[in-house]
Write a protein that binds this ligand. Structure first.
Ligand code: MLT
Length: 259
């Protein structure tokens, strides 16, 4: 599948995979703040943004293979820095497990390596059906909006919150359902973390209620040499909500790779 993609900036390639139910628009602060030094490649994963939204269950492996195909199309045949937020992190973990030689370094943001509990998987299926019945992303937007952002971001920064609401509203019911069903069947990758051999940054918003700092700590503890950075005044979308701190952390990590 040919993914829509932002490809901006000079220098070594940094691939950024967005969360659910968003699009590459969430990386705008990184394109502005990191893209002057690094080449930011941010695709819309299948079912999101401007990429196609076919019928079916979008497994994390399938999404990862879409990204690999994109890299081939861009003639990026060597290892890249790969970052993913939440669902994008699930996809990044699929890539590093299956194509370790394509990854130079990892940035796992507001994400986890575990699978869904049976209850969580059931709730995803109920949500997929609600979205299909509504014919639009409305039910998932209403359910997720209050949980994606820190309370302070919701209150004080409508200019940050509202553009992402629009992004979520523009995603189709079919794309949302495909991603929900794919996340529900994703494997537990915790046992694979010890095999990760590349420099890894684990970043989390201090007020992330969906993948809280305790999850991020567990992730960092399981990956040799991984560094945990907790971003203050941010929820589940830390690199978007508090981009000043997150970009400084990301730049420090990227600069460290060349030393
Ligand atoms: C995301 O931000 O990608 C989602 O919260 C992931 C999930 O629902 O597990």
């Amino acid at each position: 599948m040919r993914l829509a993609c932002t490809d901006e900036g000079p220098g070594p390639a940094v691939v950024l995979l967005h969360g659910f139910p968003l699009s590459r628009a969430m990386w705008e602060p990184q394109v502005s703040g990191v893209g002057s030094i690094y080449r930011i490649i941010a695709p819309d994963l299948r079912g999101h943004g401007d990429s196609p939204a076919p019928e079916g269950v979008y497994t994390m492996d399938e999404m990862a293979d879409d990204v690999l195909e994109l890299l081939r199309t861009l003639h990026l045949d060597g290892p890249v820095v790969l970052g993913g937020l939440s669902m994008g992190g699930y996809v990044a973990l699929s890539m590093v497990a299956r194509y370790p030689d394509r990854i130079r370094a990892l940035m796992l943001m507001d994400t986890r390596a575990g699978a869904d509990t049976p209850d969580a998987a059931k709730k995803r299926e109920e949500m997929a059906q609600a979205v299909i019945a509504a014919g639009n992303s409305g039910p998932v937007v209403e359910a997720m909006m209050p949980r994606l952002f820190a309370a302070q971001t919701l209150k004080d920064h409508p200019e940050r919150v509202e553009p992402l609401r629009t992004v979520m509203e523009q995603n189709t019911a079919r794309g949302i359902a495909g991603a929900l069903r794919g996340m529900a069947v994703r494997p537990d990758r915790r046992g694979e973390l010890a095999a990760i051999r590349v420099p890894t940054l684990v970043l989390v918003g201090e007020e992330d209620v969906l993948t809280p700092p305790s999850e991020a700590q567990a992730l960092a503890d399981a990956i040799a040499g991984a560094r945990l950075e907790v971003v203050p005044e941010a929820g589940h979308l830390a690199p978007y909500e508090n981009f000043a701190v997150a970009n400084a952390v990301i730049l420090r990590f990227l600069e460290g790779l060349d030393r």
